[in-house]
Design a protein around this ligand. Structure first.
Ligand SMILES: Nc1ncnc2c1ncn2[C@@H]1O[C@H](COP(=O)(O)OP(=O)(O)OP(=O)(O)O)[C@@H](O)[C@H]1O
Length: 244
Protein backbone atom coordinates (compact mmCIF):
# COMPACT_ATOMS: atom_id res chain seq x y z
CA UNK A 1 0.00 0.00 0.00
CA UNK A 2 1.20 3.52 -0.83
CA UNK A 3 -0.05 6.30 1.42
CA UNK A 4 0.52 9.87 0.25
CA UNK A 5 0.09 12.13 3.26
CA UNK A 6 -0.29 15.91 3.16
CA UNK A 7 2.33 16.26 0.43
CA UNK A 8 3.33 19.78 -0.62
CA UNK A 9 5.85 20.61 -3.35
CA UNK A 10 7.21 23.82 -4.78
CA UNK A 11 10.21 24.72 -6.88
CA UNK A 12 11.51 28.02 -5.49
CA UNK A 13 8.46 30.27 -5.33
CA UNK A 14 6.50 28.10 -7.73
CA UNK A 15 3.97 26.09 -5.68
CA UNK A 16 3.06 22.97 -7.70
CA UNK A 17 0.43 21.54 -5.31
CA UNK A 18 -0.18 21.40 -1.59
CA UNK A 19 -1.62 19.05 0.98
CA UNK A 20 -2.12 16.11 -1.39
CA UNK A 21 -3.31 12.98 0.44
CA UNK A 22 -4.50 9.70 -1.03
CA UNK A 23 -3.96 5.96 -0.64
CA UNK A 24 -3.14 3.47 -3.39
CA UNK A 25 -4.13 -0.05 -2.36
CA UNK A 26 -2.11 -3.07 -3.48
CA UNK A 27 -3.24 -4.30 -6.89
CA UNK A 28 -5.14 -1.09 -7.64
CA UNK A 29 -4.70 1.07 -10.76
CA UNK A 30 -4.71 4.80 -10.08
CA UNK A 31 -4.90 7.31 -12.93
CA UNK A 32 -3.52 10.80 -12.31
CA UNK A 33 -5.16 13.37 -14.58
CA UNK A 34 -4.94 17.14 -14.88
CA UNK A 35 -3.94 19.92 -17.21
CA UNK A 36 -0.45 20.24 -18.58
CA UNK A 37 1.74 21.64 -15.82
CA UNK A 38 -0.61 20.60 -12.99
CA UNK A 39 2.19 18.51 -11.51
CA UNK A 40 1.26 14.94 -12.42
CA UNK A 41 4.83 13.90 -13.23
CA UNK A 42 6.11 15.74 -10.17
CA UNK A 43 3.70 13.75 -7.99
CA UNK A 44 4.73 10.47 -9.59
CA UNK A 45 8.42 11.26 -9.07
CA UNK A 46 7.81 11.46 -5.31
CA UNK A 47 6.72 7.81 -5.20
CA UNK A 48 10.12 6.41 -6.20
CA UNK A 49 11.88 9.34 -4.52
CA UNK A 50 13.28 11.05 -7.59
CA UNK A 51 11.99 14.22 -5.88
CA UNK A 52 11.61 15.24 -2.24
CA UNK A 53 8.63 17.27 -0.99
CA UNK A 54 8.62 20.51 0.99
CA UNK A 55 6.51 18.71 3.58
CA UNK A 56 4.41 15.59 3.98
CA UNK A 57 5.18 11.88 3.63
CA UNK A 58 4.88 8.94 1.29
CA UNK A 59 4.55 5.69 3.22
CA UNK A 60 5.16 2.41 1.40
CA UNK A 61 4.07 -0.53 3.51
CA UNK A 62 4.13 1.90 6.43
CA UNK A 63 7.67 3.24 5.92
CA UNK A 64 8.33 6.88 5.02
CA UNK A 65 10.36 6.71 1.80
CA UNK A 66 11.86 10.18 2.33
CA UNK A 67 13.69 8.91 5.42
CA UNK A 68 15.41 6.06 3.58
CA UNK A 69 19.18 6.10 3.13
CA UNK A 70 20.95 5.17 -0.11
CA UNK A 71 21.04 1.35 0.19
CA UNK A 72 17.36 1.04 1.11
CA UNK A 73 16.39 3.58 -1.50
CA UNK A 74 18.20 1.59 -4.19
CA UNK A 75 16.21 -1.49 -3.14
CA UNK A 76 12.98 0.51 -3.07
CA UNK A 77 13.57 1.87 -6.58
CA UNK A 78 13.93 -1.70 -7.86
CA UNK A 79 10.36 -2.31 -6.70
CA UNK A 80 9.22 0.28 -9.26
CA UNK A 81 9.04 -0.30 -13.00
CA UNK A 82 8.67 2.82 -15.11
CA UNK A 83 7.30 3.14 -18.63
CA UNK A 84 8.56 6.55 -19.70
CA UNK A 85 6.77 8.85 -22.09
CA UNK A 86 8.17 7.98 -25.56
CA UNK A 87 9.49 4.69 -24.07
CA UNK A 88 13.04 6.14 -23.61
CA UNK A 89 14.80 3.18 -25.21
CA UNK A 90 18.55 3.21 -25.87
CA UNK A 91 18.73 3.42 -29.65
CA UNK A 92 22.27 2.05 -29.97
CA UNK A 93 21.45 -1.38 -28.51
CA UNK A 94 18.94 -4.06 -29.51
CA UNK A 95 15.45 -4.41 -28.06
CA UNK A 96 16.72 -7.50 -26.20
CA UNK A 97 19.57 -5.55 -24.59
CA UNK A 98 17.21 -2.72 -23.66
CA UNK A 99 15.09 -5.19 -21.70
CA UNK A 100 18.19 -6.88 -20.26
CA UNK A 101 19.63 -3.56 -19.07
CA UNK A 102 18.03 -3.42 -15.57
CA UNK A 103 18.99 -7.06 -14.96
CA UNK A 104 22.63 -6.37 -15.87
CA UNK A 105 22.64 -3.18 -13.79
CA UNK A 106 20.84 -4.37 -10.66
CA UNK A 107 21.34 -8.16 -10.44
CA UNK A 108 24.07 -10.82 -10.56
CA UNK A 109 22.12 -13.12 -12.88
CA UNK A 110 24.20 -15.01 -15.45
CA UNK A 111 23.63 -14.75 -19.21
CA UNK A 112 21.34 -17.80 -19.38
CA UNK A 113 19.10 -16.48 -16.61
CA UNK A 114 19.08 -13.02 -18.17
CA UNK A 115 18.03 -14.46 -21.52
CA UNK A 116 15.21 -16.42 -19.87
CA UNK A 117 13.91 -13.37 -17.99
CA UNK A 118 14.13 -11.10 -21.06
CA UNK A 119 12.26 -13.60 -23.24
CA UNK A 120 9.58 -13.99 -20.54
CA UNK A 121 9.12 -10.22 -20.40
CA UNK A 122 9.00 -9.85 -24.18
CA UNK A 123 6.45 -12.67 -24.29
CA UNK A 124 4.26 -10.82 -21.77
CA UNK A 125 4.03 -7.89 -24.20
CA UNK A 126 3.55 -10.22 -27.20
CA UNK A 127 6.92 -9.40 -28.77
CA UNK A 128 8.84 -12.63 -28.38
CA UNK A 129 10.41 -12.50 -31.86
CA UNK A 130 11.83 -8.99 -32.07
CA UNK A 131 14.77 -9.22 -29.66
CA UNK A 132 17.55 -8.58 -32.18
CA UNK A 133 15.90 -5.58 -33.81
CA UNK A 134 17.11 -2.12 -32.93
CA UNK A 135 14.56 0.32 -31.48
CA UNK A 136 14.77 2.41 -34.68
CA UNK A 137 13.29 -0.52 -36.62
CA UNK A 138 10.20 -0.66 -34.40
CA UNK A 139 6.86 1.17 -34.60
CA UNK A 140 5.80 3.56 -31.81
CA UNK A 141 3.50 0.92 -30.30
CA UNK A 142 6.24 -1.72 -30.38
CA UNK A 143 8.70 0.67 -28.74
CA UNK A 144 6.21 1.24 -25.92
CA UNK A 145 5.83 -2.52 -25.54
CA UNK A 146 9.61 -2.98 -25.35
CA UNK A 147 9.64 -0.17 -22.76
CA UNK A 148 6.96 -2.07 -20.85
CA UNK A 149 8.94 -5.33 -21.07
CA UNK A 150 11.92 -3.47 -19.61
CA UNK A 151 9.72 -1.98 -16.88
CA UNK A 152 8.53 -5.42 -15.71
CA UNK A 153 11.76 -7.38 -16.08
CA UNK A 154 12.79 -6.87 -12.43
CA UNK A 155 9.33 -8.13 -11.38
CA UNK A 156 8.33 -4.85 -9.72
CA UNK A 157 5.52 -4.38 -7.22
CA UNK A 158 4.61 -1.00 -8.72
CA UNK A 159 4.40 0.12 -12.34
CA UNK A 160 4.50 3.80 -13.21
CA UNK A 161 3.19 4.75 -16.64
CA UNK A 162 3.85 8.26 -17.96
CA UNK A 163 1.39 8.94 -20.80
CA UNK A 164 1.42 5.32 -22.04
CA UNK A 165 -0.86 5.96 -25.04
CA UNK A 166 0.43 9.35 -26.16
CA UNK A 167 1.30 9.53 -29.84
CA UNK A 168 -0.43 6.22 -30.65
CA UNK A 169 -3.41 5.61 -32.91
CA UNK A 170 -6.65 4.44 -31.20
CA UNK A 171 -6.16 0.76 -32.04
CA UNK A 172 -2.55 0.66 -30.84
CA UNK A 173 -3.62 2.64 -27.76
CA UNK A 174 -6.16 -0.05 -27.00
CA UNK A 175 -3.48 -2.73 -27.27
CA UNK A 176 -1.45 -0.82 -24.68
CA UNK A 177 -4.57 -0.42 -22.49
CA UNK A 178 -5.10 -4.19 -22.66
CA UNK A 179 -1.49 -4.75 -21.62
CA UNK A 180 -1.85 -2.37 -18.67
CA UNK A 181 -4.91 -4.31 -17.49
CA UNK A 182 -3.18 -7.63 -18.17
CA UNK A 183 -0.03 -6.62 -16.25
CA UNK A 184 -2.09 -5.51 -13.26
CA UNK A 185 -4.03 -8.78 -13.21
CA UNK A 186 -1.46 -11.40 -14.14
CA UNK A 187 1.50 -9.92 -12.26
CA UNK A 188 -0.63 -8.60 -9.38
CA UNK A 189 0.98 -5.22 -9.83
CA UNK A 190 -0.09 -1.85 -8.44
CA UNK A 191 -0.21 0.67 -11.28
CA UNK A 192 -0.09 4.45 -11.41
CA UNK A 193 -0.91 5.91 -14.81
CA UNK A 194 -0.50 9.53 -15.88
CA UNK A 195 -2.79 10.16 -18.82
CA UNK A 196 -4.52 12.83 -20.86
CA UNK A 197 -6.41 10.12 -22.69
CA UNK A 198 -9.80 9.77 -20.93
CA UNK A 199 -10.67 6.75 -23.05
CA UNK A 200 -7.59 5.01 -21.63
CA UNK A 201 -8.35 6.23 -18.07
CA UNK A 202 -11.86 4.79 -18.28
CA UNK A 203 -10.51 1.46 -19.54
CA UNK A 204 -7.68 0.89 -17.10
CA UNK A 205 -8.26 2.83 -13.87
CA UNK A 206 -9.90 1.77 -10.61
CA UNK A 207 -9.47 5.22 -9.06
CA UNK A 208 -8.76 8.67 -10.47
CA UNK A 209 -6.87 11.62 -8.95
CA UNK A 210 -7.47 15.03 -10.57
CA UNK A 211 -4.82 17.68 -9.93
CA UNK A 212 -6.04 21.24 -10.44
CA UNK A 213 -5.54 24.67 -8.87
CA UNK A 214 -2.42 23.50 -7.04
CA UNK A 215 -4.19 20.78 -5.13
CA UNK A 216 -5.79 17.35 -5.37
CA UNK A 217 -9.04 18.80 -6.61
CA UNK A 218 -10.95 15.53 -6.91
CA UNK A 219 -10.30 11.87 -6.09
CA UNK A 220 -12.62 8.90 -6.46
CA UNK A 221 -13.63 5.72 -8.28
CA UNK A 222 -14.63 5.50 -11.94
CA UNK A 223 -18.31 5.27 -10.96
CA UNK A 224 -17.95 8.40 -8.87
CA UNK A 225 -16.21 10.09 -11.81
CA UNK A 226 -19.10 9.23 -14.13
CA UNK A 227 -21.59 10.75 -11.66
CA UNK A 228 -19.48 13.66 -10.51
CA UNK A 229 -20.83 17.21 -10.56
CA UNK A 230 -17.37 18.67 -9.91
CA UNK A 231 -17.23 21.61 -12.30
CA UNK A 232 -13.58 21.80 -13.27
CA UNK A 233 -13.31 18.00 -13.45
CA UNK A 234 -16.24 17.86 -15.85
CA UNK A 235 -14.77 20.71 -17.90
CA UNK A 236 -11.45 18.87 -18.05
CA UNK A 237 -13.16 15.67 -19.22
CA UNK A 238 -15.26 17.55 -21.75
CA UNK A 239 -12.17 19.30 -23.10
CA UNK A 240 -10.55 15.93 -23.61
CA UNK A 241 -13.43 15.26 -26.06
CA UNK A 242 -14.56 12.05 -24.52
CA UNK A 243 -18.15 11.79 -23.38
CA UNK A 244 -18.88 9.45 -20.49
N1 LIG B 1 13.00 19.84 -11.62
C1 LIG B 1 12.19 20.89 -11.74
N2 LIG B 1 12.59 22.13 -11.42
C2 LIG B 1 11.77 23.18 -11.52
N3 LIG B 1 10.49 23.11 -11.93
C3 LIG B 1 10.02 21.91 -12.27
C4 LIG B 1 10.83 20.73 -12.19
N4 LIG B 1 10.09 19.66 -12.57
C5 LIG B 1 8.87 20.15 -12.87
N5 LIG B 1 8.82 21.49 -12.70
C6 LIG B 1 7.65 22.34 -12.91
O1 LIG B 1 6.56 21.74 -12.23
C7 LIG B 1 5.35 21.99 -12.95
C8 LIG B 1 4.61 20.70 -13.13
O2 LIG B 1 5.34 19.85 -14.01
P1 LIG B 1 4.88 18.39 -14.40
O3 LIG B 1 5.86 17.89 -15.42
O4 LIG B 1 4.67 17.56 -13.18
O5 LIG B 1 3.47 18.67 -15.07
P2 LIG B 1 2.49 17.62 -15.74
O6 LIG B 1 1.15 17.80 -15.12
O7 LIG B 1 3.08 16.24 -15.70
O8 LIG B 1 2.47 18.20 -17.21
P3 LIG B 1 2.38 17.50 -18.67
O9 LIG B 1 0.99 16.95 -18.77
O10 LIG B 1 2.61 18.63 -19.61
O11 LIG B 1 3.46 16.45 -18.74
C9 LIG B 1 5.76 22.67 -14.26
O12 LIG B 1 5.51 24.05 -14.11
C10 LIG B 1 7.24 22.39 -14.36
O13 LIG B 1 7.89 23.44 -15.02
Amino acid sequence: MIEIKNLTKSFGNNLIWEDVSLTIEDGETLAIIGKSGSGKSVLMKHLNVLLYPDSGAVLIDGVNVFHMRYARLRKLRQRFGVLFQGAALFDSISAFENVAFPLRFFTDLDDNEIEKRVLESLEMVHLSKIGNKSPAELSGGMRKRVGLARAIVLKPDYLLYDEPTSGLDPQTSDEINDLIINMAESLDITSIVISHDMHSVLRVADKVAFLDEQKLSWYGTLDELRNSSHKSLNQFIKASEYSI
